[in-house]
Structures are given as structure tokens and as C-alpha cells.
Design a protein. Structure first.
Length: 332
């Protein structure tokens, strides 16, 4: 064993005196892509999100004892549920899987298949809870690979634009995946997201299959400029630059087909004075990004009224960017 491996093993040695009996954790929903940054940008919001209650038990192993708010859609099998599967991977990595037992209770406060990082919030809450229960042997950055693996289990693609902001908080940029290179970006104080979730079904896998594998060079150049402009706008706290940069010429034209009334919703939002409007993740949720809460709230109210008039039920959320990420609600 190398000195580096020995040091890493020692660094992650569990202090059993610090292990807790129970922890409850909340992890936030996220807006992936941030309109122009497909698979590389995302930010966390204050609400909605998911909660995990985790208890230490005598019998070794990982078990899910209850899931609330999922209408029976999520598996209780610990090998098939992303929360328990990732916690098992974490315990195996720490070489204590045969020394500790945990029971998990998951509460979904956010819609499944909403485009708001539902699986990410659950996975992050579970891993953050397990780490807290064990006395925090790993840093957030060290938890990230387990979170990415949860995304791979959930949707077949290990992207980090949801799990990174859900775990780290704020706005994150994924510069690369091999190896994972994650950058935390500055968050302007007045940046607000108004989110509307039209209650229609747009499965993530289906939405990804619509995306073209090849794009025109001129469109790629436009998108690169928008992403670079957005990052520069965040660092300069330049809302006008942020606004004109948050345009998607690659993904939105295809995915918008799956979202009823998308372009009408976009017109409504922009007429309210928001900075930008687009699809959250793979949809069907849409997001109006504004400076301050007023324009975002007006946009989501008018969009929701429009959807209701067309027989489409919806939910709305208005939130600043959540810079904290997951939080421990209770620890015993």
C-alpha cells in the first residue's frame, strides 16, 4: 500500500464515538443547465426539496423502511433505490458496511419527473445524512462521486448539473467529467428564480433522446459565447450581461416541443421584465430568472393562470439561489 493510500485510509477512519443515532437532512431542488449550459451549469433553490431521516440500528445493512410523497412510484429495494444504493456504496468505500446498520425514511416534497432534480435531491440528502451520522468523515467534494453515481442509476447518465448544486449549494459549473472538475461560481445577491411545473409527463430519458448528436458550428459558437458571457456576468454582477447570455439555441428548440404552451409562457415571462426564461433540466418545469422577486412572482402567477385557462394544472415556486445546499434539520 502506498503512503498516499495509507494517508487516505487514515483520513477516512471512522471515529465510532462520534457516530450519531439519528439524523434528518433536507436537500434542495435544482435548476439544471441554467438555460444555456446543458449538462454543465446548475443552481440550487430554497424550496422544494427532499428529506431523509436516517437511523443507526444494530443489524448491519441498509434498509428503506418508508417512502412518503411518491405515490408508490419509488422502489423500496435497497439495491434499486438511488438513496440506499449510494449509501451502501459509501459504507463500502469506508469499509464499514459489515459494521453498521442504517434505516432510511425518505420524504418527497417535490414532484418526480419535474425537471427539478428530484432524484438528485433524494440522493444528496441520503449521502449527506449518512456522512453526518458517521461524524462527517468525508468532505462535500469527496461525497460528489457517490452523488454522480446516483444520477447514473436514476437516469442512465452520470451528469452532475443537478447533484453538484444540490450538494454544494449556489451555482456550479462542471468544467469536465473525466475526472470530475467542478467550479463554484459567484451568486448575485438579487438573482431570483420563478419556477412553474406544468403537470405533464416528460421523462428525462425521452427528453435526452430527442437531442441531436451533431450541431451546426455556428450554433455551437453562439452557445459557447452565451455560456462564457453568463459566467462573466456572474463574476461581474452584471445583470444585463446575464440576461443577454441566457439564450439556448441548441437544446431548447427540441425540448420545447414536449412542453405545452412553452413559447406562450416564454412571451408572458419576458413581458413581465424577467432577465431570461427557459426549461429547467429536461422539463417540463420552466424557469423565469429575474433581478429581485417582483418580476419572477408576476411571471409565474400569469403563467400559471394561462395554464389553468388551458386545462393544465401546475405548481409554482419562487426562490433566491440557495447557497447553502443540504442542511441538517435534526441530529441525535
Amino acid at each position: 500500500m502506498s503512503n498516499q493510500e495509507t494517508l487516505q485510509r487514515e483520513q477516512h477512519k471512522i471515529d465510532w464515538s462520534a457516530v450519531k443515532q439519528e439524523v434528518r437532512v433536507f436537500a434542495p431542488a435544482t435548476v439544471a443547465n441554467m438555460i444555456c449550459g446543458f449538462d454543465i451549469l446548475g443552481f440550487a433553490v430554497d424550496y422544494p426539496g427532499d428529506e431523509v431521516c436516517m437511523r443507526k440500528v444494530e443489524v448491519p445493512g441498509v434498509r428503506i423502511i418508508a417512502i412518503h410523497g411518491d405515490e408508490g412510484r419509488l422502489p423500496l429495494d435497497p439495491d434499486k433505490n438511488t438513496v440506499s444504493a449510494c449509501v451502501k456504496m459509501l459504507l463500502e468505500h469506508l469499509q464499514i458496511a459489515d459494521q453498521i446498520g442504517v434505516e432510511i425514511e425518505l420524504t418527497k416534497h417535490m414532484p418526480i419527473g419535474s425537471g427539478l432534480g428530484s432524484s438528485s435531491a433524494s440522493t444528496v440528502a441520503g449521502l449527506f445524512a449518512a456522512n453526518a451520522l458517521l461524524g462527517n468523515p468525508l468532505s462535500k467534494a469527496e461525497l460528489m462521486p457517490f452523488c454522480v453515481e446516483g444520477e447514473r442509476l436514476a437516469c442512465g447518465h452520470g451528469h452532475a448539473d443537478n447533484v453538484a448544486p444540490a450538494l454544494m449549494g449556489g451555482i456550479t459549473l462542471i468544467r469536465g467529467y473525466e475526472p470530475l472538475d467542478m467550479i463554484e461560481l459567484p451568486v448575485p445577491d438579487d438573482l431570483v428564480a420563478g419556477i412553474v411545473f406544468p403537470q405533464v409527463d416528460v421523462p428525462t430519458r425521452d427528453a435526452r433522446q430527442l437531442i441531436k448528436e451533431k450541431v451546426l458550428l455556428r450554433d455551437a459558437v453562439t452557445q459557447w459565447g452565451n455560456i462564457a458571457g453568463l459566467v462573466a456576468g456572474l463574476y461581474r454582477n452584471d445583470y444585463e450581461l446575464i440576461s443577454r447570455s441566457m439564450q439556448d439555441v441548441l437544446i431548447e428548440p427540441t425540448r420545447a416541443i414536449l412542453i405545452p404552451e412553452f413559447y406562450t409562457m416564454k412571451d408572458i415571462a419576458l413581458s413581465c421584465g424577467v432577465l431570461a426564461f427557459g426549461i429547467s433540466g429536461s422539463g417540463p418545469s420552466v424557469v423565469a430568472i429575474s433581478k429581485g422577486k417582483k418580476a419572477a412572482q408576476e411571471a409565474v402567477d400569469k403563467i400559471q393562470a394561462h395554464l389553468t385557462a388551458h386545462g393544465i394544472e401546475s405548481l409554482q415556486f419562487v426562490s433566491s439561489v440557495n447557497v447553502a445546499g443540504p442542511k441538517v434539520i435534526n441530529l441525535k
